[in-house]
Write a protein that binds this ligand. Structure first.
Ligand code: FAD
Length: 394
């Protein structure tokens, strides 16, 4: 009798349990790779669980950052198919308040056409019919397919689906060092904060999906990645001041988005740069700017009851030294540290948006699978994700 022995599937450890790590765990697990994900806090407790929850149409980036705009509109359409029920399909308006905005609107409308974002001009009366709380002095609006989602629940669907395909998820496990042999990463070491015990997990390859902490994590492996943590402040007000996503029709600036989230309205955001993503603060003058700028779009922003203000850091690709972070692209990049730094078995993914987590995962999984000799195509383009509640099922 011939005995066929199969070598076990390769094992990948992912460091970081945000949307990017979750989508990657899902992608790799669906390709038959053994996956272990370690996250230092609760799943989605980094930037992922703290963003607006805006499913970008890409229009915000269409004029100045076309690559990111195309990524957003492609994922926007795809995610509605694979994560049904996760989106409030409310669309968005870019609202022009003055002549400068209207001149920008011409550029925005043309750029939407060039990047494949469906866009339609609305008269002031049409916009006010859709959103009666808008600034009545508005001069015009452009309607685009923005949408709203729950910043934690959508990523939980990646984690749930990953788990159902064998991925092992360890929250509260912080990586503090890498196991290395001859400039090859062979695993991770760290501490389980629930038990206080140290752990070591061996791997054929380790992916750094640490978001704004990605540079710190890479440094533990002795490599440098150009990640610029760039925080922004968000302000949640009680009550739904709008039902669509409201954006100012101008180059991205402070307080120029209002996102309806359940019974709240979230005004965002600002942008600055920091050295340490654990030390952000919530500058009071930024909160005040959210009120001032947000009220230019929807005057009721000024008087709506305060619910909460917080900050989170974007993991932008770019060398340190940016002035505010707004000048850096919102696209993403996957770094194979063998090619970059001569360190084998180690890959970093960073940049992007919550909206583009799946695309980031696909790009990274392609690199990982090519390195590990796994010849299985990506399945996350057409696999319907499990509901977020399945993550907590035994
Ligand atoms: C203010 C603001 C508003 C935004 N609004 C939107 C929006 O509306 N729509 C949108 O699409 N995008 C938005 N974004 C962008 C989006 O939030 C991020 O691109 C995305 O959340 C990044 O996800 P991530 O998984 O890469 O990083 P993270 O979510 O930060 O995940 C990285 C994880 O790594 C963990 N970690 C760090 N160090 C270690 C370690 N040593 N060991 C183990 N784990 C570790 C962290 O705890 C963290 O959970 C916004 C960003 C900001 C800052």
């Amino acid at each position: 009798m011939n005995v066929i022995t199969r070598s076990p599937a390769p094992h990948v450890v992912i460091v970081g349990g945000g949307g990017t790590g979750g989508a990657l765990a899902c992608d790799l697990a669906l390709r038959g790779v053994r996956v272990t994900l370690v996250e230092r806090g609760e799943i989605t407790s980094g930037t992922t669980g703290r963003h607006h929850g805006l499913l970008h149409s890409g229009a915000r980036y269409a004029v100045n950052d076309a690559e990111s705009a195309v990524e957003c509109i492609e994922e926007n359409m795809l995610l509605r198919r694979v994560a049904p029920g996760s989106f409030e399909e409310n669309d968005g308006l870019f609202v022009g308040i003055d002549d400068e905005d209207m001149a920008y609107g011409e550029k925005l409308f043309a750029a939407c056409g060039e990047t494949g974002i469906p866009a339609r001009w609305l008269s002031p009366a049409e916009a006010l019919r859709l959103e009666p709380n808008l600034n009545p002095a508005l001069k015009g609006a452009i309607r685009v397919p923005d949408a709203t989602f729950d910043a934690m629940r959508l990523p939980l669907r990646w984690f749930a689906t990953a788990k159902a395909h064998g991925a092992v998820i360890h929250p509260f496990c912080e990586v503090t060092a890498f196991a290395q042999h001859d400039r090859c990463v062979t695993g991770v070491r760290g501490r389980d904060h629930r038990t206080g015990k140290e752990f070591e997990i061996g791997a054929d390859l380790v992916v750094n999906a640490g978001g704004p902490w990605g540079e710190k994590i890479a440094a533990m492996a002795g490599v440098d990645v150009p990640i610029q943590p760039s925080p922004g402040v968000l302000l949640a007000l009680r009550g739904r001041l709008c039902n669509m996503v409201i954006n100012r029709m101008h180059k991205s600036g402070d307080g120029d988005i209002v996102v309806p989230q359940r019974a709240l309205s979230v005004v965002g955001t600002s942008s600055w740069v920091v050295e340490d993503p654990d030390d952000l603060g919530v500058p009071e003058d930024h909160v005040q700017r959210m009120y001032e700028e947000g009220a230019k779009l929807i005057p009721m922003v000024r008087s709506a009851p305060f619910r909460q203000a917080w900050s989170a850091a974007r993991p932008l690709i770019g060398a340190r030294g940016a002035s505010t972070g707004r000048e850096l692209s919102r696209t993403f990049k996957c770094f194979d540290h063998r090619e970059q730094d001569g360190v084998e078995g180690f890959v970093t993914i960073s940049g992007g948006k919550g909206t583009t987590a799946r695309a980031m995962a696909e790009t990274t999984a392609n690199v990982v699978c090519q390195k590990l000799g796994v010849d299985v195509p990506c399945r996350t383009r057409d696999t319907i994700l499990l509901p977020h509640t399945a993550y907590y099922a035994a």
